[in-house]
Design a protein around this ligand. Structure first.
Ligand code: ASP
Ligand code: ZN
Length: 648
């Protein structure tokens, strides 16, 4: 109710949209395929996105609820009063409504952290989709089963495409443009083109080239080079764009890409960014440059030393960036960039670099300056804890895999474990201090400050547990037992389960006894076991399939066990013996007649089989063929399986 009231007020203020009925109803159901559905006046919710108490729900659950309640409510205008002319326009309502819920959550909590999480999600799900056999434009050109197109591309990339237009127009013009859209199209069924036309009409801008974002699939890659000429004091950025081919679209025309750029001087402060030919200097800070050609040069003048460029501040476009930063540049940006998003991104780039070096050579050393930077960040008294926790989190195994030519499943896992352990060992005292200082005192509160404390504390505990010392284990067990908030309980339980042994088993038993009557909490009990990196995990998951509380007929339960194992446990799902693949294919075949939507979603876990080594490729391919060979396969599963095998 609190989320709903906030959403009602926010939409009135930010978009001038009022609710139009006297009554607004929400119903929670326990068996639901999606997060929720925006039926007019009666929103239907997966109970995961509506039911929460401090002792049953984590910070992430509360955030999810606030965001999804808002999302469905916002659909009343962007989806219901103005709806889609046909299914190809799905992103008209979903992309725009996701943009609206992202902005709402940013205003309710921490804008910087929200942006980081949204971009992390985009990179983790949408970029791989855009680079795989089911890549499709934000406005798809064809489909066999539209349920297969409730995708990260239609939702998350669609939101980025709206965000780019908002940034190109600026807040005032964008508001005029959305006012125009609501006025012009109220009561109609329209297209994404109608939306863009409102942006054009309200601003006088020509978005002809920009429209390619709706039609061309694939993630553009920007290659940037910086050249400083000391005699003239000019720094030239040469920016090239290239979008790899996607199925059915071999040649890509250049995109219209907004770039938000800053230049840092040797003291770490923003410099004025003046382009050659411009009459006067500008104030220091970020400037939005627009790239429209395949290659363009931007010549920045009036500089007295080589600047460090801060490129793509706030992530202004859904693109991949290549720039030859030195480690020192990245450390410098991580410490000084005025843009919080880019401080995080610099840290992540550096961590990724260290981890990939460890994958290539397990003996590769970690440079001393890395530990110093990590310690300085950790002990900086002025830092925002939630942001800091994001900065110091290691990139996920699957994200690291996406950065490799061929995914090295075991090498990545080993490297990530090793770096975690090293951080724990080298910074043990500091981490212990952070853990103690951020331990919860009062009752649970869902506020950005309180959840920042919890995030940082649990991050510290995670590194300490990697070392495997007795003190950390004890802290972990007391945190589990104190049970102040589900966030803390789950963080401790996850670590205890990964630790294994009697401690892990005991914690799982206690958790079950305490919570077996609460289905949403029981989902957590299943998923924490399914995502454990312990070698016996698949065996455990198979065993849990027979548990009295497991049912293939409950989508949340299926996701918490089967989905979690296949999509959030790279090292165990992709085990060399193919056991994970066989397990998934069996489940897909079992589920397909019961719930084809969920079956085909699960199947997508194998769709990027070509990214792996020949042995794993052959194993996955055989399982996909086995699925395709089954009689009476649903349209849903057929579409995914057949596209997975198409040559690209
Ligand atoms: N339209 C829903 C949403 O995105 C999903 C669904 O169709 O159930 O909110
Ligand atoms: Zn939606």
């Amino acid at each position: 109710m609190r989320s709903l009231k906030k959403a009602l007020r926010w939409d009135e203020e930010r978009f001038g949209r009022e609710y139009d009925l006297d009554v607004f109803m929400i119903v929670a159901v326990s068996h639901f395929n999606m997060g929720a559905m925006e039926n007019k006046g009666l929103n239907v919710f997966n109970d995961k996105y509506v039911l929460a108490r401090p002792d049953t729900a984590t910070d992430a659950d509360f955030e999810g609820i606030e965001g999804v309640i808002a999302h469905e409510y916002f659909h009343n205008w962007t989806g219901n009063r103005i709806t889609c002319r046909d299914w190809f326009q799905l992103s008209l309502k979903e992309g725009f409504t996701v943009y609206r819920d992202q902005e709402f959550s940013a205003d309710m909590g921490s804008r910087g952290v929200k942006r980081i999480n949204d971009v992390r999600l985009l990179r983790a799900h949408q970029f791989p989709e855009d680079g795989g056999p089911m890549a499709h434009p934000v406005r798809p050109e064809s489909y066999i089963e539209i349920n297969n197109f409730y995708t990260a591309t239609v939702y998350q990339k669609g939101a980025e495409v709206v965000r780019m237009q908002a940034n190109l127009l600026g807040p005032e013009r964008f508001r005029q443009a959305t006012d125009l859209y609501f006025e012009r199209h109220d009561g109609q069924a329209v297209t994404t083109d109608d939306f863009v036309r409102c942006m054009e009409n309200a601003s006088g801008r020509d978005l002809g080239q920009f429209r390619r974002w709706y039609d061309q699939a694939g993630t553009p890659e920007l290659t940037v080079a910086g050249d400083y000429d000391a005699t003239s004091g000019a720094y030239t950025l040469t920016i090239r764009q290239h979008t790899p081919p996607t199925p059915g679209q071999t040649v890509k025309a250049p995109f219209h890409i907004p770039l938000a750029i800053g230049l840092l001087g040797p003291d770490g402060r923003d410099l004025p960014l003046r382009l050659a030919g411009e009459p006067s200097a500008t104030a220091p800070g970020t400037r939005v440059l627009e790239l429209c050609e395949v290659e363009e040069r931007f010549c920045c003048i009036d500089l007295t030393a080589r600047p460090v460029p801060s490129l793509l501040r706030g992530f202004p476009a859904p693109v991949k960036l290549r720039f030859a930063y030195s480690d020192d540049d990245l450390l410098f940006l991580m410490a000084h960039d005025s843009d919080g998003f880019n401080r995080w991104d610099a840290a992540q780039t550096l961590l990724q670099r260290l981890l990939l070096a460890l994958v290539a050579d397990p003996e590769a050393g970690i440079p001393e300056h890395f530990f110093e930077a990590f310690r300085r960040a950790l002990l900086n008294p002025s830092s925002d804890r939630a942001l800091l926790a994001e900065v110091l989190t290691l990139p996920s195994e699957s994200y690291l895999g996406d950065q490799m030519e061929v995914v090295d499943v075991d090498g990545i896992h080993r490297a990530r474990m090793a770096l975690g352990r090293l951080v724990g060992e080298r910074l043990r005292e500091d981490l212990l201090g952070v853990y103690r200082d951020n331990r919860e005192m009062g009752p649970y509160a869902f506020t950005p400050a309180a959840s920042g404390h919890r995030a940082l504390k649990n991050l510290a505990l995670g590194y300490l547990m990697r070392v495997g010392d007795a003190q950390a284990l004890q802290d972990c067990q007391s945190q589990f037992a104190a049970a102040h908030s589900m966030t803390d309980v789950m963080a401790a339980l996850r670590l205890l389960v990964d630790h294994g042994g009697a401690e892990g088993a005991q914690a799982l038993d206690e958790f079950y006894r305490r919570w077996f009557r609460e289905p949403l909490v029981l989902d957590k009990w299943f998923s924490v076991q399914a995502t454990s990196s312990r070698p016996e995990t698949l065996e455990r998951v198979r065993h849990l399939m027979g548990h009295t509380d497991f049912s293939l007929r409950n989508p949340n339960r299926v996701r918490s066990l089967v989905g979690a194992f296949c999509t959030a446990n790279q090292v165990r799902f992709h085990a060399l013996d193919g056991g994970g693949y066989r397990f998934l294919a069996d489940r897909v075949l079992e589920l397909d007649p019961l719930n084809p939507q969920i079956a085909s979603r699960l199947l997508k876990a194998m769709i990027r089989w070509r990214r792996f080594d020949p042995g794993r490729q052959a194993l996955m391919r055989a399982e996909i063929e086995r699925i395709l060979g089954s009689e009476e396969l649903s349209k849903d599963a057929f579409e995914v399986a057949s596209k997975a095998l198409e040559s690209n």
